[in-house]
Design a protein around this ligand. Sequence first.
Ligand code: AGV
Ligand code: CA
Length: 314
Amino acid sequence: MTKKAKVYLNHDGGVDDLVSLFMLLQMDNVEVTGVSVIPADGYLEPATDASRKIIDRFSTYPVEVAKSNSRGKNPFPSDWRIHSYFVDALPILNESGTMEAPLSELPAHKHIIETLKNTEEKTVLLFTGPLTDLSRALEEAPEIQEKIERLVWMGGTFENGNVQEPEHDGTAEWNVYWDPEAAYQIWQTDIEIDLVALESTNKVPLTPAVRNLWAKDRNYEGVDFLGNCYAGVPPLVYSETNSTYYLWDVLTTAAVGREDLVTRKVVHCTVIPDGPSQGRTVIDPNGKPVNLVYDTDPAAFFAYLVELAKKAAP
Ligand code: AGV
Ligand code: CA
């Protein structure tokens, strides 16, 4: 049997972040070494509790959860952050009435340092929110860079941004915009980055057809859980709005378990740390090379998702 990849997840409590944790726990070729929660696109308490309850219900091995004490420069809209309460309240996560998964005493960035040091092999870092905790971890313990296999990140865009805020020109993606300085710092390192940008997920919007697919298999507890999570967010029907949900983080996570689901190419780029374009990622021949996901097979991706969810709870 081939060895399992050691994967550490830092997420920010959105619906697709929590679904990412659920999926990751089902992968035969992955061992989740730790999870931390940063209060960006979600609120800290419900996002942490939901993570622990997902581990309780759907993991076959123990996983520790840590809370971040990082705060961003540009807060996410509360209309989006509130989704973390919805997932945390789903009956399937509250049936037992208990919360057993261990909560670390360490803040997320120290938890990252400790977990990487205590893991013999190199770790794949999966970040589905801002990079603040990684930037702080590297600042405090630069030696952990040697223990990082690569960083797989949902963040950035080289096309249209999704930030619509006063004092910004709209060119940035939210995970970068929340803490542009953190992304800028990571771009100064030699860490290998697999980047799932906004446009990388163009082929995987949440649609009524996708919801129907999950509804059909709702007799599987895991698939029912998927459907319930995504019942709380708006799908793409006629045309896209700023609230339309894509499977951003879930595609990013799926690409960790099944690298063949996406195609990548090397692009050189930089991050703008401040000003009206803060958080924008720009193509720059002198910038850092990253492996940008530019295409995916949506049918294979959705099939993999259902396959994992069926395995979670038959
Ligand atoms: O920009 C995408 C990131 C992903 O990590 N998040 C959502 C995913 O978890 C922010 C975001 C952009 N548009 C959103 C977002 C929306 N309409 N609702 C909630 N979050
Ligand atoms: Ca996220």
